[in-house]
Design a protein around this ligand. Structure first.
Ligand SMILES: Nc1ncnc2c1ncn2[C@@H]1O[C@H](COP(=O)(O)OP(=O)(O)O)[C@@H](O)[C@H]1O
Ligand SMILES: [Mg+2]
Length: 735
């Protein structure tokens, strides 16, 4: 027998407290599922240092708990006696973790001290870093968040939410999804408050200037979460009472020693940043008496703005320092044009970008303008689709040129599909230029078409084997998909807007983006009522279904009635089946099980002739469910068993897991609580593997029902616990 290793038990309990599956932990930590599974089964009793550190970070362990974990994982400590299981934690969704910048931080100790002091101050709940684009707000926020996460006195949970691409009305639901809480608009702040409970937490809202109208949500959130602090970066303050604003100065602003020798000059962080970036492209660079002065002048004319410094330093590859100083010394705005009435640092930033852009060759300029329509980064094939030549090698060559000049950066150099991105100030400049050249409409249209084709390629993949990869892919591209939807609805491209929203709704549903999904579907459906029944039908299906899930039965009924009507008019049996299905679901939701059997039976008839499919399987399941609730147990069991087999054949693990749970209920109602229990456990296991919250809630409720059926007082208490856990998960999902 393998002896139970203390690391095995520790990892299992910490993982459970974090609410993660083995796959989820693997995803967050970058450690293979195989390793995690080996450790948990006691096959490996220790791990390498970096593995231990990554696991601890992914589990959000801090302080003594973290030390203990790392010690045991390295085999250098033993586990002390511990009566209690680790406390449950709310973890940031994978997309809401604090990013790791690819370069080292230069200077900013003073600013970080000020931020840390403010975060430690009980009276300050909202801290806003303001300043022009490129001054280094995000960089300071990232560093402050990392320090708070690892060393903060209260060990807060840290959530980092970039808002550059979020529509103002969706700020609340975006924050909620990032914190793993899914809810509707009205009660989001409250739901987050309940999920966080009294845990200390730090929420970083990056790039708030894009959604400044959502300041009210920030106020409400602070009111609901008594131990939450919010750190905002924004070009302007939120103007909320109690807001503590820190204006981010240029690099080196606090320096006292301003001597003129190389040593003193090198100690200036602005010069240091320039030197680091320039040395990356020219290894022979040294700071001697002569070059020190030139560097000081260059950084001076760039106002110590980090982004301007990075752009200028990238040019040192082909320009001497003196030549660079001379170029930057000229009144730039005379050279490059553009608005003149901006505040000084803002103006310097713009001028430097314009200068850098002016030095590109025309092909690079053209690609740069195209790339600025991407939201939240892009892949090489997306960039190629937008380029005129459409040849990957050529696009890559020009993109490398833009990377060399610091206009584009590698966002995820270590992943298989490399992503590229642009900082917002640079991107805004690119958009202005493409608008000026009258090209923006055509770029945006191509962008939208590219993501429409991606979504339509993903759609069939969401319901079968390999679905996890497709969900991840769409989540990574969510900002681009949003941008595409915004463009298509704005230009009233009804057909594509409906197709895109229709292709995405299953993704929104599964990832918990209910409010957002319904918003886009509503917009797409409101464009044009009379045409395009096929695309419209799919969007109606999604909107109706999500309205049902969020308990909005009236809207769901109206949507399904419209769907059934247009399906009959156009003789589209599958659409009619979908409309009838929503109707049946709502009847079930209202407790009218007998009545629900009718639309479900009709739905099943409609998809029989169409051959095996997810729809056919699900229609079996639905009719089976209504029969079960109406007391027709035998028929119910047959139908659900058949559904389960069909899901197995098409590789839909979610619905297979769901069917298991329903069979559990059928067994329970038939009086076989042992079989019911094993079916619920199997279903729960599968849902945990799939990280499906709603499914987990259903599984827990099933087990609660089994326990409750074994009537004694002990099991009644257990049952209440299980039901309560299920209830709280559900509350997050549909509140
Ligand atoms: N202290 C610093 N050390 C190193 N790089 C920095 C520093 N501050 C800013 N940068 C770099 O300068 C660029 C602009 O900074 P960023 O934080 O994005 O500005 P903002 O958020 O104010 O627009 C980024 O590439 C960032 O990595
Ligand atoms: Mg920023």
């Amino acid at each position: 027998m393998v002896e139970e290793s203390s690391l095995a038990a520790l990892l299992r309990s910490q993982r459970a407290a974090a609410g993660l599956t083995q796959e989820g932990l693997a995803d967050r930590s970058g450690i293979s599922v195989r390793t995690i599974s080996d450790v948990e089964r006691g096959l490996r009793k220790t791990v390498y240092r970096h593995t231990a550190q990554r696991l601890a970070s992914a589990l959000a362990l801090v302080g003594a708990e973290r030390d203990e974990f790392e010690g045991i994982a390295r085999g250098s400590a033993r586990r002390g006696p511990r009566a209690l299981a680790p406390e449950k934690r709310v973890l940031a969704a994978p997309g809401a973790r604090v990013p790791t910048p690819p370069t080292t931080l230069v200077g900013r100790e003073r600013e970080l001290e000020i931020v840390a002091a403010a975060l430690a101050d009980e009276d300050i709940r909202l801290l806003t870093l303001t300043g022009p684009g490129g001054v280094g707000k995000t960089r300071i926020a990232i560093e402050a968040a990392r320090r708070a996460e690892h060393h903060g006195g209260t060990k807060p949970r840290v959530f980092f939410v970039p808002l550059s691409w979020t529509a103002e009305p969706l700020v609340g639901s975006t924050v909620a999804v990032a914190m793993g809480v899914t809810s509707t608009k009205e009660r989001i702040a409250e739901a987050i408050g309940e999920a966080l409970h009294l845990d200390p937490a730090l929420l970083v809202l990056d790039t708030f200037e894009h959604v400044i109208g959502a300041a009210g949500f920030v106020r409400e959130l602070l009111g609901r979460c008594s131990r939450l602090k919010i750190l905002v970066t924004s070009r302007e303050a939120l103007r909320l009472s109690g807001e503590h604003e820190i204006v981010v100065p240029p690099l080196g602003f606090h320096r006292k020693d301003r001597g003129s020798g190389p040593e003193a000059i090198r100690a200036d962080p602005a010069v240091e940043l320039f030197f680091q970036r320039a040395s990356a492209v020219r290894r022979d660079l040294v700071i001697d008496d002569a070059s020190a002065l030139v560097l000081r002048d260059i950084c001076g004319s760039l106002d110590g703005l980090p982004l301007a410094i990075e752009l200028a330093a990238a040019r040192v590859k082909h320009l001497s320092l003196e030549a660079l100083r001379e170029m930057l010394d000229m009144p730039l705005r005379v050279l490059v044009g553009g608005p003149r009435d901006l505040p000084k640092r803002h103006q310097t930033m713009r001028d430097t970008i314009a200068w850098s852009y002016g030095l590109l060759d025309p092909d690079e300029q053209s690609l740069f303008r195209r790339l600025s329509v991407f939201a939240g980064g892009w892949t090489l094939d997306a960039a190629t689709a937008l380029a005129d030549e459409g040849v990957t090698a050529v696009t890559l060559q020009h993109m490398s040129g833009l990377i060399d000049k610091s206009l584009v950066y590698l966002a995820s150099p270590f992943q298989r599909d490399v992503r590229y991105s642009m900082l917002d100030v640079i991107r805004e400049f690119g958009l202005e230029r493409s608008e000026g050249a009258g090209e923006m409409g055509s770029f945006r249209q191509r962008h939208a078409e590219f993501y429409l084709s991606l979504a339509e390629k993903a759609e069939p993949g969401l319901g079968g084997a390999g679905q996890g990869n497709w969900f991840r892919r769409l989540e990574t591209e969510h900002d681009n998909l949003r941008a595409a939807l915004a463009w298509l609805t704005r230009t009233k491209d009804t057909k594509r807007a409906l197709r895109l929203a229709g292709a995405l709704w299953q993704f929104w549903r599964r990832q918990g983006h209910f409010s957002e999904g319904r918003m886009w579907l509503r917009e797409a459906l409101s464009i044009d009522r009379d045409k395009l029944h096929a695309a419209r039908a799919k969007a109606l299906w999604g909107a109706g279904w999500m309205a049902f899930v969020q308990g909005d039965y009236e809207e769901g009924e109206a949507l399904s009635a419209e769907l059934i009507q247009i399906a009959r008019e156009h003789r589209a049996p599958l659409d009619e089946r979908n409309g009838l299905t929503i109707l049946g679901m709502i009847l079930m939701g209202r407790g009218q099980f007998h009545r629900a059997m009718e639309p479900f039976a009709r739905a099943l008839e409609l998809c029989w002739p169409l051959g095996p499919s997810w729809h056919l399987a699900t229609s079996h399941l639905n009719l089976g469910m209504s029969k079960m609730h109406a007391g027709e147990l035998k028929g119910a069991k047959q139908l659900i068993t058949r559904a389960r087999r069909m899901y197995q054949d098409i590789g839909d693990e979610h619905f297979e897991a769901r069917s298991l749970g329903y069979l559990g209920y059928a067994a329970l109602l038939a009086g076989d609580s042992r079989q019911a229990e094993s079916l619920f456990v199997a279903s729960l296991e599968a849902f945990r593997r799939l990280e499906d919250l709603q499914g987990i809630a259903e599984g827990l409720e099933g087990l609660a029902a089994v326990t409750a059926s074994n009537a004694n007082s002990q099991s009644a208490a257990t049952s209440a616990h299980l039901a309560g856990a299920a209830q709280s998960i559900r509350h997050q999902l549909t509140a």
